[in-house]
Design a protein around this ligand. Structure first.
Ligand SMILES: [Zn+2]
Length: 239
């Protein structure tokens, strides 16, 4: 398996995402608060090497990337004032009781053999030490890929599988229009969630917004020996 031993972006032998490719990732540009969320954030902009990595995760089953993104998202959540525990600034326990995801369609799950949002949510939950539960079911709607922006804004719809208690951390791989996340958050709130925090591996930059400094730098860790850093969005150095 070629992808089992190589960087999934450049295919050079080494970790799942090599330091050179990770150095090309850009921290997610600021985006407007999504309705229904107490907070929502993304790790990287869905462009360039980061886009290549996520596309290969989704379409080539490159699951090795999950460990990287799961760990990096957990770090992002732990560093966020809105989700960080107030008991200790060093705590990695967020203000969430449970982690869940916005499920992909049944057909897509069947085609790929997995739901990348679920795998990502489980990786994040594992790093945070939180339970991960399937709280949502997709009720209808076409695949988002290949649709126009207007069609995407309609988005899929979801229903909760039962009553939801406490604060929920909703995980997705990519936020494009936000329609999927908004619909999922609405279903969680309608079912009783007291708070909904969202986090995604990547966000498609749709608007031109001033780049904000990212403090501290985001990290992606696969193992103690291969800690990768994501450059701040404001950085211009590419090579
Ligand atoms: Zn690479």
């Amino acid at each position: 398996m070629l992808l089992a031993c190589c960087c999934i972006v450049c295919l050079e032998p080494g970790p799942a995402i090599c330091a050179t490719c990770a150095g090309k990732f850009r921290a997610a540009s600021p985006f407007p608060q999504l309705p229904g969320f107490d907070s929502c954030s993304a790790l990287v902009d869905y462009t360039g090497a980061a886009r290549d990595a996520i596309v290969r995760l989704k379409y080539r089953n490159a699951r090795r990337v999950l460990a990287l993104f799961g760990c990096a998202l957990a770090e992002l959540i732990a560093a966020s004032p809105s989700t960080r525990s107030t008991r200790s600034t060093r705590s990695h326990t967020p203000h969430a009781d449970v982690v869940t995801w916005a499920p992909t369609s049944k057909q897509r799950r069947r085609d790929r053999g997995f739901d990348q949002a679920e795998l990502l949510a489980r990786a994040v939950a594992r790093h945070l030490g939180l339970p991960c539960r399937s709280l949502l079911a997709r009720t209808n709607g076409p695949h988002q890929t290949g649709l126009t922006l207007a069609e995407r804004l309609d988005g899929p719809s979801f229903r909760a599988r039962g009553q939801v208690r406490g604060s929920v951390l909703l995980v997705d791989d990519v936020i494009t229009t936000g329609a999927t996340m908004i619909a999922a958050a609405g279903a969680l709130r309608a079912a009783g969630a007291s708070a909904v925090h969202g986090v995604a591996a990547a966000h498609t930059p749709l608007i031109t917004a001033p780049a904000a400094p990212v403090e501290p730098p985001l990290t992606m860790c696969e193992s103690p020996s291969s800690v990768l850093k994501v450059s701040p969005a404001s950085s211009e150095k590419e090579k």
